[in-house]
Design a binder for this molecule. Structure first.
Ligand SMILES: [Zn+2]
Ligand SMILES: [Zn+2]
Length: 342
């Protein structure tokens, strides 16, 4: 086995990722070394590069959506073996705080690791993670499809759960990237009616192909007016805000139904400005949704295995192309998820 590997490394905001040769980590007790076969590129990567998200850890290998094959296991690992196909759960909680004890590691008060955020992630040939962070893949699921479950699909499942999405609800997916593609599909699985907002014909077409009953082009149409038109004047029960800009936020608020829930998943440097009366008269709720739980990743794998959530990836590229893909993502030219094969 070689001693070094290639990794796409983050060196702080304002720089692009650098392809570097770094040591292959050694799995310790309870840990595994996974040969990454596919890693999704999330909008979060752009937030790191712009500095909107700055966790102060650099240099760092980004990438929190990854699937691969177990290459080696450390002492005491009995749940997985070399050669098994897996997708990685990217949080390692402290295990003792209230959130960890209730299975909500995404809110852990003292994270031990978070791959691709504060710990070396999947935009590399190998990643070292505890055995308990691996979810085994069924034979029919490709690595590329599995990688996109790691953040996109699990984040969608988590947000829909927080929002209390019910069958028959109208869900508005505001912004159509990787998480949006998963949300459209998951909301359909959950029995909701789905409307999607985007800005490019290709993305809106994909949203319809994945099950959105109608799409709204935010660059041409009046979003709140269209939402009310499509819902007999009522508005959307749940709005998943995946954009979070000064342009999108007021339109999302104005599209809410009475008792509607506005869930922020996307963000920018812009501020949410809302008059309390807008929320008061609707008895509306505004909430945030961050990441996902290990249980939700297991659920995502089950849904994908059953064909209920399909992959929506735009392209599969070698690690060398990562900066090019990030440029395309920034410009809105990635339809669904782009996947890297390190
Ligand atoms: Zn992500
Ligand atoms: Zn914890």
């Amino acid at each position: 086995m070689p001693e070094t590997m290639r990794a796409a490394r983050y060196h702080g905001p304002g720089d692009s990722l650098r392809l570097e040769e770094v040591p292959i980590p050694e799995p310790g007790p309870g840990e595994t070394l996974v040969r990454v076969k596919a890693a999704g590129i999330c909008h979060t990567e752009l937030h790191f590069l712009s500095g909107v998200l700055n966790l102060g850890v650099a240099p760092l290998t980004l990438g929190h959506e990854m699937a691969g094959e177990v290459a080696r296991v450390g002492p005491g690992v009995e749940t997985v073996q070399p050669g098994e196909r897996v997708v990685v759960y990217y949080y390692v909680g402290c295990g003792t705080c209230h959130w960890c004890r209730t299975g909500q590691e995404n809110l852990c008060e003292a994270l031990v690791a978070e791959y691709g955020f504060v710990s070396d992630g999947g935009l590399a040939e190998y990643v070292k993670v505890p055995a308990r962070n691996l979810v085994k893949l069924p034979a029919g699921l490709s690595y590329e499809a599995a990688a996109t479950l790691g953040c996109s699909a699990t984040t969608a499942i988590h947000a829909a759960g927080l929002a209390g999405l019910r069958p028959g609800d109208v869900a508005l997916v505001y912004g159509f990237g990787g998480v949006g593609a998963a949300l459209v599909q998951y909301c359909r699985v959950a029995g909701a009616r789905v409307l999607a907002v985007g800005r490019s014909p290709a993305k809106l077409q994909l949203a319809r192909d994945l099950g959105a009953e109608a799409t709204i082009d935010a660059s041409k149409e009046d979003v709140p007016a269209r939402v009310h038109e499509l819902t007999s004047g009522r508005g959307a029960d749940v709005i998943f805000e995946l954009v979070g800009t000064a342009e999108s936020m007021p339109k999302a608020v104005a599209s809410l139904r009475k008792r509607g829930r506005l869930v922020f998943i996307g963000y920018s440097r812009d501020l949410l400005t809302v008059s309390p009366i807008q929320l008061v008269v609707l008895e509306a709720q505004v909430m945030g949704s961050v990441g996902n739980t290990l249980d939700e990743l297991t659920r995502a794998v089950e849904l994908a295995a059953a064909g209920a959530i399909g992959p929506a990836f735009d392209r599969v590229v070698p690690l060398e192309d990562v900066n090019h893909v990030l440029d395309d993502l920034r410009q809105g030219n990635v339809v669904g998820r782009a996947v890297v094969r390190p």
